[in-house]
Design a protein around this ligand. Structure first.
Ligand SMILES: Nc1ncnc2c1ncn2[C@@H]1O[C@H](COP(=O)(O)OP(=O)(O)O)[C@@H](O)[C@H]1O
Ligand SMILES: [Mg+2]
Length: 362
């Protein structure tokens, strides 16, 4: 049998979603096919320290400190306690949000020539920024809500009336580059407007206003590169105690929301959702996988809300559930993602080799 591929699972990270990443990575480490892959667990603590860990846990500092060795013989991670290279033919970043899902880790790995599962620097960064992604989706003809950009410097130049005339009332305000519903508010009057602005700018220097979409919240799983495929949608049914899918409903209140897989929608709606989700994935040039979140209005209209390039992999996460419902087990899904990323990497090496050869011949 050929040698096993060495997979480095990255988890933790400095974002507000540190704990979710640990839960996601626990599941990835438990379900990855050990017959095929050697696994190295690399934890990033909340302060940004990197460690080689025996297991996925919140006690990341219990691991050995590591460095990234950039050597002409090949770049790799290095265990500073054992003085050994940590073999990683490919990294699977199971990180969510800032410094993990936004292109920064992807950039570090790319410039270190270490293959990585998932979207590249540019696509990750574009998907993470809600203002950038909305503009790209709109330009590609993908249906999105009406939106208006605001930043901390010019916030006083925008009145409540300006926002209402641009996007209607009620509206949503949210930080441009955050997740987990942190800093998101629904606004129905001028008093709420002031508080909501303050809330958003506590977490980000840029934000967007959006028309409030009254509808069901659905999510669709996508995998693939040249020909992406989509799952049937799942639904997040939010408890009537909440006006939208708030941080509390997501993480604090066990009755805050219910995940239904598959969503009860007609075949027509299913296929419309799948094709818009694939269009959104392609508009942002995503790689390997993503979860597309959307609204379904009572009249059957689909509005794409956002694209998560590293969706949750916890027990209660929609993405693996959607694929399970499509007949792909957790283990098979992880294998597929790694195989797609390896194939993509080979393809990019082919391009580089051709270029080097041409240059030489000239
Ligand atoms: N335009 C909108 N209309 C209605 N609800 C919205 C809108 N935008 C966001 N929401 C609500 O806020 C939640 C979080 O917003 P979202 O854009 O998904 O940001 P996050 O990245 O924090 O998940 C959504 O799941 C939804 O419940
Ligand atoms: Mg969301």
């Amino acid at each position: 049998m050929s040698e096993k591929l060495n997979v480095g699972i990255l988890f933790g990270g400095r974002s507000v979603e540190h704990e979710i990443s640990i839960k996601s990575a626990t599941n990835v480490a438990a379900n990855i096919d050990r017959e095929r892959y050697n696994v190295n667990l690399i934890g990033i603590d909340k302060k940004g320290g990197w460690y080689h860990c025996d297991k996925v846990s919140s006690d990341i500092e219990a691991g050995d400190p590591i460095s990234l060795r950039l050597s002409s013989a090949g770049h790799h991670f290095y265990n500073l306690s054992t003085n050994e290279a940590i073999l990683t033919d490919i990294i699977f970043p199971v990180l969510h949000g800032t410094d993990g899902e936004d292109g920064s880790i992807q950039g570090m790995l790319t410039s270190s020539r270490i293959p990585c599962v998932g979207s590249d620097v540019q696509s990750s960064a574009n998907a993470m920024n809600k203002f950038t992604s909305k503009r790209l989706l709109k330009e590609a003809g993908v249906p999105v809500s009406k939106f208006l950009y605001v930043d901390f410097q010019q916030r006083d130049n925008l009145s409540y009336e300006d926002v209402v005339s641009a996007v209607g009332s009620p509206f949503i305000i949210k930080p441009a580059s955050l997740g987990s519903s942190v800093g998101v508010s629904k606004v129905s009057n001028e008093d709420e407007f002031k508080k909501a602005l303050e809330n958003t700018f506590t977490y980000d220097n840029t934000g967007i206003f959006e028309e409030f979409i009254e509808g069901r919240e659905l999510e669709c799983g996508i995998i693939g590169n040249s020909q992406p495929i989509a799952t049937n949608p799942g639904e997040v049914v939010i408890s009537s105690d909440y006006e939208f899918y708030t941080y509390e409903a997501k993480y604090l209140d066990k009755d805050g929301a219910q995940i239904i897989v598959p969503a009860a929608v007609t075949d027509d709606v299913k296929s419309k959702i799948k094709s818009w989700s694939i269009a959104a994935y392609q508009a942002l040039n995503c790689a390997d996988y993503a979860r597309v979140d959307l609204f379904l209005k009572p009249d059957g209209t689909v509005i794409i809300n956002e694209i998560n390039t590293i969706p949750g992999f916890t027990d209660a996460s929609m993405f693996p559930m959607l694929w399970y419902d499509s007949g792909i087990s957790y283990t098979a899904l992880i294998t597929k993602l790694i195989e797609m990323a390896m194939a993509r990497t080979k393809e990019s090496h082919r391009l580089e080799t051709n270029f080097a050869t041409r240059e030489y011949q000239n």
